[in-house]
Design a protein around this ligand. Structure first.
Ligand code: FES
Length: 199
């Protein structure tokens, strides 16, 4: 009796083998049915788990969308002398609007007699990229028709406020830097003097 118990403990398959057909008298068909039922049950739980997993993944994606890591956001765009101009200011006090940086970096560089600053090319209505029309000396938004003067102030369409500005500064070697992470409203820009003072 003792010997038999030791053998069972050593061989976990012994019990099922001894309970198999031919030893207990259970018909072979019943065992197959049992096996199939277990298989179906395992497959069912597997499918359910996959379904729940996929649903959870979609939920997480919804609340935590993929984060895109941008490259460094401070750009060196030249020196003050690169933005000099002999033109007279327009009625809004702007001498020139440089749109070279708009396609890739999404900002303009504006020159006034006493300062240089950067206008963010994002419309203050719903965020479309505005375009500069040098002949008309205005910025226009292609989405819902907002229009802005050369200094970024809105005057037509649904845009609720002037174009925002980006922090601009000079480094120790007098190169102009634009920091696209620091977006300021026109009011903040004036308060923080976020421009290069040429006075
Ligand atoms: S996004 Fe520019 S007018 Fe609507």
């Amino acid at each position: 009796m003792k010997k038999e118990a030791v053998q069972l403990a050593q061989d976990p398959t012994a019990e099922s083998a001894s309970a198999g057909p031919g030893t207990t008298g259970e018909p072979a068909g019943a065992s197959r049915r049992e096996f199939l039922q277990k298989g179906i049950s395992v497959a069912g739980w597997g499918a359910l788990s996959i379904g729940i997993g996929a649903g959870s993944y979609q939920t997480v994606r919804f609340f935590f969308p993929s984060v895109v890591f941008h490259p460094p956001s401070v750009f060196q765009i030249g020196r003050v002398e690169d933005f000099l101009s002999t033109e007279a200011p327009d009625p809004h006090g702007v001498i020139s609007v440089d749109s070279r940086f708009k396609p890739e970096l999404r900002f303009f560089v504006v020159r006034e007699p006493g300062r240089i600053y950067s206008l963010y090319a994002r419309c203050t209505h719903l965020g479309c990229t505005v375009n500069w029309f040098p002949g008309l000396r205005i910025f226009k938004c292609p989405c819902h028709g907002s229009e802005f003067h050369s200094d970024g102030r809105e005057f037509a369409g649904p845009a609720p406020r002037p174009l925002d500005r980006l922090m601009i500064s000079l480094d120790s070697e007098d190169n102009i830097l634009v920091d696209t992470r620091v977006v300021l409203t026109a009011r903040e820009f004036e308060k923080k003097k976020a421009y290069i003072d040429l006075a």
